[in-house]
Write a protein that binds this ligand. Structure first.
Ligand code: HEC
Length: 122
């Protein structure tokens, strides 16, 4: 009987962290982090980077109003979750030679949150 009770307690204590780990990425926090991206990614005509509205699910280098680098033009990606995460974490590893002057976000949770925000950026 004691063994059964003990395993129930253990089971419960394992259930909590598992639930917390499954917590959804935080688009609100992503929006805050995106301030750093927005320095270049804005709708201003003199913006350094392409507008990222509707980027989720779009093909890479798809905007007519931006002159992409050749590596980005050749990348031929769809900006789905996996590709966005990889690019934001390490732009040069994902699209070698592209000219986004940004080193990447090192914190995995931050990457998830930025992608969650990009999904709702319309
Ligand atoms: C200092 C300017 C700058 C910053 C900061 C920056 N970017 Fe970029 N970004 C660029 C440029 C320039 C390109 C185009 C690269 C090319 O054509 O090689 C680009 C391209 C991209 C693309 C591909 C867009 C497309 O239409 O294919 C994505 C996605 C992207 N950036 C996301 C981000 C995110 C998310 C952040 C913040 C975590 C960020 N960028 C920060 C300048 C920047």
């Amino acid at each position: 009987m004691r063994v059964m009770v003990w395993s129930t307690v253990l089971g419960a204590s394992f259930a909590v962290p598992a639930f917390l780990l499954a917590a959804a990425a935080d688009a609100e926090h992503g929006k805050v982090l995106f301030q750093a991206c927005a320095a270049c990614h804005s709708t201003r005509p003199d913006a350094l980077g392409p507008d990222l509205k509707d980027v989720f699910g779009r093909k890479s280098a798809a905007r007519d109003d931006f002159r992409y680098s050749n590596p980005m033009l050749r990348a031929n990606l769809v900006w789905d979750e996996a590709n966005l995460k990889a690019y934001i974490a390490d732009p040069q590893a994902k699209v070698k030679g592209n000219r986004m002057p940004y080193g990447g976000l090192t914190n995995e949770n931050d990457v998830d949150d930025v992608v969650a925000y990009l999904k709702v950026l319309k």
